[in-house]
Design a protein around this ligand. Structure first.
Ligand SMILES: Nc1ncnc2c1ncn2[C@@H]1O[C@H](COP(=O)(O)OP(=O)(O)OP(=O)(O)O)[C@@H](O)[C@H]1O
Length: 699
């Protein structure tokens, strides 16, 4: 036993003094000073020279008393000072007070820290080895060594079994629940480690290896990326542990390098465990090391930069700010911008309104933000009242009658309120497949308007190359039960179409002798449905027409003509079902006419090409068009026969044609399926009924 006052003689570079009843210790070595505030009873890692001195002294622990307080030094590698609250008073069997013991909380903390620094098993190492290891730091430790740190939490009798598992290197989590069998989670599924049950002492032992649990019930293992989450009973005792393996995976940010390297803000979403934290850690490293960005990580659970005060090498040169408790995350986010001049802020799990607000503030200050958020899809964000501000906020707008009619929507619509905090949103479908919405604002606008949103499917192929395919999400992302989701696919390049066919299994293997020289769609077994309505509802139709409008507002040709254009390149793209139209088909076809006329033809004065229909349905549509006192042209042959509704000004052009035909004796004109010769055209002109009628909207 050595008294506290003996510290100075034991470590010449150290001095200590009592201050207001608490021990205050300053240790200065030849490398850098360490200051320690005992009130917080925080531990710190000794410098290499101090560790060597402790090692020389061959002390694993000492306790000394002075002035009624205790000071302790445990293990050879960790120096630790405590105040009285860290001790548990004891009494002997006669009821007399005896020397107090360190509380189990402190013991576990010291054990955790010291074991990680060098490990209890390394007690026999010589001074030279200690120095060398201290110099080398933990950066040289491989993933295997880090994994071993986590495996220590598992009782030995179980550990041996798990270590034999062939996929150990891919281990994701170890789960230990009191009174149950322990199991290991692998990407392939759960694997029971043993039939033996977990006891209270197993859990106690595991907890003694880790740091203190914070108010989010999480903790870590010093200088590793592992995350340990606890389940408590109602009395606050730990009855379950989920021990997640944390890894720095270099290359895991390649999927979005182009999206973040230019300074764009990125929001990652996805189901638990898909790899969001791993991805933003690597993005932080990439931006800091490869793009020389000043990156600050706001690390709420120490999951990105690892547990302990010295961050894990996995974050590269990025700096890390710890967060005292989860409620403080938003404050630390703002503090990061205000105090540390970052160019990029990285933050995991934006989940509350305050955090979202902090993210908005960061974006407004022109700082790049890379974050993850609760939710799996952009739609989840839009529907989350706490997080919707990340996409600019959503507001309900009441349109005037005229505007509502012009847009072809109800009077009350949802719109994006302001600019989005993030440039791009990425939905992580799996570790190897991500969907990027490169313009989050356009995505949100499209979804609110019921239009399909374009996205890129990003995958890493077997050669490690990034493969990007353009796609769009279905208009109806929440299909009604029993209905198949709609498909809506536009391919910008023939290669995209080929890729699509490959993915969908529509391409046959090259060299397949049995392959018919016909194109797949000509064989009738591989129709590419460009635009299908599985649920024949008015809502679907409205959405489809909005999509058409949306395409036009982008300055492109109408959706249908776009589809046609693609169709010319890739073959017939809409496969009509070879059967008599049902009553529902007829209703849908007429509804299509009504909406086309009321939302495009009349308000915008533009022609609309309708979907191909059977001849029976087309004649019904033609009659309805006439009831609006408009005309149409027919084109194509079944199954591609379709009508084109002409707006008034086009009819005025017809009028000009008719007038000019009056002077052409052999002239003929086809309107609504009727052929007019020069004489009848003149009659039409005379009667003034065919081209100068005003549209009347039905009630
Ligand atoms: N690209 C990858 N290759 C191999 N393993 C990975 C990869 N990405 C993540 N992992 C592993 O998957 C597990 C879960 O990863 P991570 O903690 O990053 O997921 P998460 O999406 O942040 O989870 P949560 O939402 O629960 O916080 C970890 O064990 C991690 O090491």
């Amino acid at each position: 036993m050595v008294s506290a006052l003996g510290l100075g003689s034991l470590f010449p570079a150290a001095s200590s003094r009592w201050h207001e009843g608490l021990l205050l210790v300053h240790i200065v070595d030849n490398v850098r000073p360490y200051h320690h505030c005992p009130q917080s009873s925080r531990d710190f890692v000794c410098s290499a020279s101090l560790r060597a001195a402790i090692f020389r002294s061959n002390l694993s622990a000492f306790c000394g008393g002075a002035g009624g307080f205790e000071v302790g030094l445990l293990s050879k590698w960790m120096i630790q000072f405590w105040n009285c609250s860290d001790f548990v008073s004891r009494s002997n069997k006669h009821g007399k007070s005896t020397a107090p013991l360190l509380s189990s909380r402190v013991i576990s903390k010291v054990r955790h820290a010291s074991s990680l620094d060098f490990g209890f098993e390394e007690e026999d190492k010589g001074e030279g080895e200690v120095e060398a290891e201290a110099e080398g730091g933990r950066e040289d430790e491989g993933a295997h060594a880090e994994l071993q740190q986590l495996l220590k939490l598992l009782p030995k009798r179980f550990r041996k079994e798990l270590e034999k598992h062939p996929d150990l290197q891919f281990l994701v989590e170890i789960v230990m629940d009191l009174g149950r069998r322990p199991f290991a989670r692998f990407p392939s599924g759960d694997w029971p480690i043993s039939d033996e049950l977990i006891t209270a002492s197993d859990l106690h032992n595991a907890v003694s290896w880790v740091g203190e649990f914070t108010d989010d019930n999480r903790t870590g293992i010093n200088r590793t990326l592992h995350r340990i989450s606890a389940i408590h009973n109602r009395e606050g005792c730990i009855i379950g542990l989920t021990c997640r393996v944390g890894r720095a995976i270099s290359g895991s940010a390649e999927m979005v390098r182009d999206l973040v390297s230019g300074g764009g803000s990125l929001l990652l979403m996805g189901p638990p465990g898909v790899g969001k934290t791993t991805a933003i850690r690597e993005i932080a490293r990439m931006l800091a090391n490869e793009y020389d960005q000043r990156v600050v990580i706001v690390d709420t659970s120490n999951e990105i930069g690892g547990d302990g005060d010295i961050p894990h090498p996995g974050i590269g040169r990025a700096r890390r700010m710890q967060v005292a408790n989860v409620e403080m995350q938003h404050k630390v986010m703002i503090e990061a911008v205000e105090n540390h001049m970052p160019q990029t802020i990285v933050v995991d799990e934006i989940g509350t309104e305050l955090e979202a607000l902090a993210a908005v503030t960061i974006a407004q200050r022109g700082v790049q933000l890379v974050a993850t958020a609760h939710g799996m899809t952009v739609e989840n964000l839009i529907k989350n009242p706490s997080l919707e501000m990340l996409v600019g906020g959503i507001q309900s707008v009441t349109l005037g009658d005229e505007e509502a009619r012009r847009r072809g929507v109800q009077k009350s619509v949802l719109e994006r309120k302001g600019p989005s905090t993030f440039t791009t949103a990425v939905e992580m479908i799996s570790r190897t497949e991500w969907r990027s919405y490169n313009s989050l604002e356009a995505t949100v606008d499209a979804l609110l308007a019921g239009r399909p949103a374009l996205f890129e499917v990003r995958k890493i192929n077997d050669k490690g190359e990034l493969v990007i395919a353009n796609k769009s999400i279905p208009i109806d992302t929440e299909p009604t039960p029993g209905s198949t989701p709609q498909s809506f696919k536009i391919f910008d390049q023939a290669s995209d179409f080929d890729r699509y066919k490959g993915e969908e299994g529509l391409l046959r293997e090259e060299g397949d002798e049995s392959m018919n020289p016909q194109k797949p769609w000509e064989q009738g077994d591989a129709p590419l449905l460009v635009y299908t309505f599985q649920a024949n509802t008015m809502a679907q139709m409205v959405r489809a027409l909005r999509a058409i409008l949306g395409f036009e507002s982008l300055g492109a040709t109408s959706l249908l003509s776009e589809i046609q254009r693609k169709g010319e390149e890739i073959g017939p793209i809409i496969q009509m079902q070879n059967k008599r139209p049902t009553f529902q088909d007829e209703i849908d076809a007429l509804e299509e006419v009504r909406l086309a006329i009321e939302t495009i033809v009349i308000p915008k004065g533009q022609p609309v090409e309708l979907l191909p229909r059977s001849s029976e349905v087309i004649s019904l549509q033609s009659k309805m068009i006439q009831s609006y006192q408009l005309t149409s042209e027919k084109s194509g042959i079944e199954p591609h026969m379709r009508l084109r509704i002409l707006p008034l000004d086009v009819q005025d052009q017809w009028k000009t044609v008719i007038i000019s035909m009056v002077d052409q004796p052999q002239g003929k004109l086809d309107i609504d399926g009727e052929t007019y010769n020069n004489g009848s055209a003149k009659n039409v002109m005379d009667s003034g009924t065919s081209v100068s009628r005003l549209p009347i909207l039905p009630d």
